[in-house]
Design a protein around this ligand. Structure first.
Ligand code: SF4
Length: 340
């Protein structure tokens, strides 16, 4: 058997039975692929099942309110993915009579769907001869061929895509999934592939040359941009202030009011001259893909509501407003304090 046949056989014998693999419905594959971007499979399973229970089809997704959708997505992060899902569902309802499009170019034209996802849906659901190239696939392929290429370079992605397309078997969906799965469970990153368990160990050039831990070549990741914020945990009666973020990262998401930079007690008194009490709260560091936020906080009690904020109870924040995970530790701390 050649490498392609070995990978197909291995996938057929070993594939994990995941909820979105029970059929080849493009809606199921689409939602799972979007959820799996930046999130591990184990973490996605519960979200996927909850999502499907509430939104079992494209029509339901196209008419859900944005607030409820973001609440459903809460914890997965990168909320633009959820917004794009809804935009794409509306486009499918309007332009394709509610039926998921069948061609690669139509799939690629949907909001939030890039080449990888379009390739995955096209091959898995419609058996089209399309490749789905992500970091896993590039790692596996460059090891099998012992390619000393910078996989962060878009030209490498194109080259690998062309080479895989030329060997793609008829059941392209299974092969693409086999490559992805191999990269997730056997040919894992950071120089520690489990070559003993690998179906292509006798064909893999990097392994035969003893170079598997050197491939793919590592490129130093850029320094993360660092930002400092002060969160204002404003309380009046039994309600807390929240607002929608106006710009930048997490735009339009609910958040606790905050200021860029670390504020002092003097700053707080200048902002709220008639506050009832103030004390320093917890700190938290949150790491996004390209940014790092250092956050401190103040508990501030007021005797009047401020109109520019929405005032809600902690239960309402938890149940009705999607608060990004950067702010979760502050919500948890407020809950602890309110019960003590
Ligand atoms: S033999 Fe090792 S390096 Fe080669 S594809 Fe398999 S797991 Fe990856």
């Amino acid at each position: 058997m050649n490498c392609v046949e070995l990978i197909l056989k291995w996938y057929c014998d070993n594939k994990r039975m995941l909820p979105w693999r029970m059929d080849h419905d493009p809606y199921h594959v689409w939602i799972s692929e979007i959820m799996l971007q930046q999130t591990r499979i184990e973490a996605v399973i519960d979200y996927y099942q909850r999502f499907m229970k509430r939104l079992p089809n494209i029509k339901a997704l196209s008419i859900i309110s944005e607030d409820e959708l973001l609440k459903l997505w809460e914890g997965l992060g990168y909320y633009s993915r959820a917004r794009n899902l809804k935009k794409a569902a509306i486009k499918i309802m309007e332009d394709y009579d509610g039926e998921f499009p069948h061609t690669y170019s139509d799939i690629l034209s949907l909001p939030g769907i890039g080449e990888y996802t379009a390739g995955a849906i096209s091959s898995i659901c419609f058996h089209l001869p399309e490749v789905a190239i992500d970091g896993n696939v590039m790692r596996v392929y460059s090891r099998i061929c012992d390619l000393d290429l910078d996989i962060s370079n878009p030209k490498t992605k194109k080259q690998i895509g062309n080479e895989i397309r030329s060997i793609l078997p008829e059941n392209s969906g299974d092969f693409n999934q086999g490559m992805m799965e191999l990269g997730e469970v056997i040919c894992i990153p950071n120089g520690n592939p489990k070559c003993d368990l690998c179906p292509v160990k006798y064909h893999c050039k990097a392994h035969l040359n003893g170079r598997e831990s050197l491939i793919p070549r590592k490129i130093k990741s850029k320094e993360k941009l660092e930002e400092e914020y002060t969160l204002l945990l404003l309380k009046c009666n039994h309600k807390f202030a929240i607002c929608k973020r106006k710009e930048g990262l997490l735009k339009n998401m609910w958040e606790f009011p905050n200021y860029q930079g670390f504020l002092t007690y003097e700053d707080i008194h200048r902002l709220f001259p008639d506050l009832l009490s103030v004390k320093l709260g917890i700190t938290n560091t949150h790491i996004f893909t390209h940014k790092k936020w250092f956050m401190n906080s103040y508990y501030i009690e007021l005797d009047h509501y401020i109109d520019s904020y929405l005032w809600v109870t902690l239960e309402e924040i938890e149940n009705d407003y999607a608060l990004p995970s950067a702010f979760t530790p502050f919500l948890e701390e407020l809950k602890k304090n309110i019960h003590n």
